[in-house]
Ligand binder design. Structure first.
Ligand code: K7E
Ligand code: CUA
Ligand code: CA
Length: 645
């Protein structure tokens, strides 16, 4: 069966008959807990025969959402892992976890942070050690072409050490990491969807990054007590080169980031327009803002040399503060007032609106893209007039997702709900129509949701099938595992009139944001090209020990079930570099390489080359062995490092 066939099967699986059957027996009217119990406990005996006439003995009472053995999921879900520092890959609707992609963390399975190649991506100190071995990923978004995912890259932030990483989606491995200058607390990030000026560029070329924390500029010990002059910058990174292109000095801070479908605007919510350093003061104003950036004007200002730089950084910084941008016709930025300490901002898939979640205000603010552009053209007198709806949603609105049918789904942290509201209804109500339906449904989730996100929901191909509520607390939903509980990722079917809870998945702490990508978009590569690695050892006869003073290079190849050298000799005090090429060409035939008592552990995938460099200072023999199960003779797949005195 091809992937496409399989997608169709899966899509048509919950056909009306089956759906109705399950709907009347199991899905409707049960609480979420009852539902998941009911489904997982189903077996042939428990199928109510009256509800499935003739089906007895033929139909296992599987949920229509079940991905049966041998079947593939319909979607990928990519999740940030929070302060675990990695990115995770799941399948939906099953919720099964397939892979963890190390990014800002150290990963001993892959050897991330251990191999020279990964260290070069992470960045090293002069002594060769990695500069940072921790990170906090919050937001991840793939590259776009034509307003939808193109399967090329995934960009993910690190809030702790102010870095943006890029993951290649063909190998699902991190290939670049860039540190942003002049900022702290890099939180929101979003790629652009096309170029604001050149209409032939309909794909991602920039990634925008918001800084949540403000600091003195430059930050080298002066101005520490002058908190009124602490600043945040909004940054733009080139998606290909991963160089920082420019930054914008702003008033207030940045929180989440969104981009328009026409490439003209980037937006960030701001909860600290007070520019305070203490939390009480950050809540002192009733109004904060959603701040818009006019990308074309900013880049023109950079071209015209209207920028400065801070400290050692060469990155041009343009002035986006309120006072410098009073004239809309030349303004780089537009500050749209919205209620108190907003959190998420999400662009609707039709490209018309930005939905901001109120957080400390029980409301959402809907801002019209067209009206912000009008303000920049000098045709709208007040930025606030770009707000076209401000529905009351409930307590603690955080993030909003869409179904492509005119509805928005906002997570309510305090109410532990997802609230479904109608965009047109909210606009009509804001215009004074008392009969307009705004809130369509309130749906309890378990418990305290952070992000909610829908299948393809941040693209023009938003399909309105599934919503996942990533909840911060799971309390009683799973077997207890000690003081730290997993979080719950709840899959909800939003394709019908009513939301239906499909299942709970425990997720290890602490995913924040995720995206759900149709699987046909992702095209992975199963085997490397040996020529992609400049140091590849392409033949058994090229392996050996090569000495240059006290620097020794050991060239090795692996081919199941052996390493090319059964032993190799080095001397006490040497700096040893081991280069290992896996010459196996069979899909999934990965080998590992670990050295006893030397803290070395990494894998090489088929046709891949990796290297490690370390000091040997204790004479003796040290077994090297294959860590990754590869062959019936996997245990025998060894070599001996002999360190001579
Ligand atoms: Cu709401 Cu970092 Cu996306 Cu977490 S942020 S939830
Ligand atoms: Cu090679 Cu296990
Ligand atoms: Ca505030």
């Amino acid at each position: 069966m091809t992937q496409d066939d399989d997608i169709k099967t899966l899509d048509t699986q919950p056909d009306l008959g089956r759906r109705k059957f399950l709907g009347t027996t199991a899905l409707v009217g049960l609480s979420g807990a009852g539902l998941s119990l009911g489904l997982s406990a189903c077996n042939k005996e428990s199928v109510p025969t009256e509800a499935a006439p003739g089906a007895k003995g033929e139909v296992a009472a599987h949920s229509p959402y079940e991905v049966a053995p041998g079947k593939l999921d319909t979607y990928y879900m990519f999740s940030s892992a929070g302060h675990a520092g990695d990115v995770r890959v799941f399948g939906l609707p099953s919720g099964r976890e397939f892979k963890r992609i190390p990014v800002f963390n150290t990963d001993c399975m892959v050897g991330w942070g251990i191999t020279n190649e990964s260290k070069a991506i992470i960045g090293t100190n002069p002594d060769g050690s990695v500069k940072y071995d921790t990170g906090d990923t919050h937001h991840l978004h793939p590259s776009y072409t034509d307003g939808t995912y193109d399967g090329k890259y995934l960009f993910v932030n690190d809030k702790i050490n102010c870095r943006l990483a890029r993951v290649r989606l063909d190998t699902m491995e991190c290939d670049r990491i860039t540190q942003l200058p002049n900022i702290q607390g890099f939180h929101g990030t979003f790629p652009d969807k096309r170029d604001p000026v050149d209409s032939s560029i309909n794909h991602t070329t920039r990634v925008f990054c918001g800084a949540e924390f403000s600091i003195p500029l430059p930050n080298f010990g002066k101005g520490i007590d002058d908190t009124a002059h602490y600043r945040s910058l909004f940054s733009c990174i080139d998606a290909e080169s991963m160089e920082v292109r420019w930054q914008v000095l702003i008033d207030g801070n940045c929180e989440l980031v969104a981009t328009s479908y026409d490439g003209k605007l980037a937006a960030t919510t701001q909860y600290n327009t007070e520019m305070a350093t203490k939390y009480e003061e950050m809540m002192s104003l009733e109004w904060d803002t959603c701040l818009f950036f006019n990308v074309a004007r900013i880049e023109q200002a950079v071209k015209d040399g209207k920028f400065k730089t801070y400290g050692d950084s060469k990155v041009p910084v343009v002035d986006g503060t309120r006072s410098a941008n009073a004239d809309p016709k030349t303004a780089l930025t537009c500050y749209v007032p919205i209620p108190k300490n907003p959190h998420g901002v999400n662009a609707s898939p039709d490209g018309k609106y930005y939905a901001c979640a109120g957080k400390l205000s029980p409301s959402g603010s809907l801002i019209a893209h067209e009206l912000v552009l009008k303000w920049f053209d000098g045709e709208l007198d007040e930025p606030r007039k770009a707000v076209v709806a401000e529905p009351e949603l409930g307590l603690g609105p955080l993030h909003t997702a869409f179904d492509g049918r005119g509805n928005a789904y906002t997570t309510l942290f305090l109410d532990s709900q997802v609230v479904k509201w109608n965009i047109d209804g909210a606009i009509k109500a804001y215009q004074g129509d008392k009969d307009a339906t705004v809130v369509v449904e309130r749906f309890d989730v378990h418990y305290q949701p952070g992000h909610g996100f829908t299948s393809m929901g941040e693209t023009r191909e938003c399909d309105g099938k599934f919503l996942v509520s990533d909840n911060k607390f799971s309390k009683d939903r799973f077997l207890p595992v000690g003081p730290l509980h997993p979080e719950t990722s709840q899959l909800i079917d939003i394709s019908g009139d009513k939301m239906v809870l499909v299942h709970d998945n425990p997720v290890s702490s602490e995913p924040h944001d995720s995206i759900i990508v149709r699987r046909d978009i992702i095209k992975t590569r199963q085997i490397y090209n040996v020529d992609d690695f400049p140091h590849a050892v392409k033949d058994f006869k090229d392996s050996g020990v090569f000495r240059n003073g006290n620097k020794v290079t050991v060239k090795l190849v692996s081919q199941a079930p052996a390493f090319s050298l059964r032993e190799f000799r080095v001397k006490k005090g040497d700096e040893v570099t081991i280069i290992l090429t896996n010459l196996d060409k069979v899909e999934d035939l990965t080998h590992g390489f670990a050295i006893q008592r030397h803290n070395i552990n990494f894998i090489v995938n088929p046709q891949e080359t990796k290297s490690v460099t370390f000091k040997v200072d204790r004479p003796g023999i040290y077994w090297c062995y294959c860590t990754h199960f590869c062959h019936a003779l996997h245990m025998e797949m060894r070599s001996r490092m002999i360190v001579e005195a």
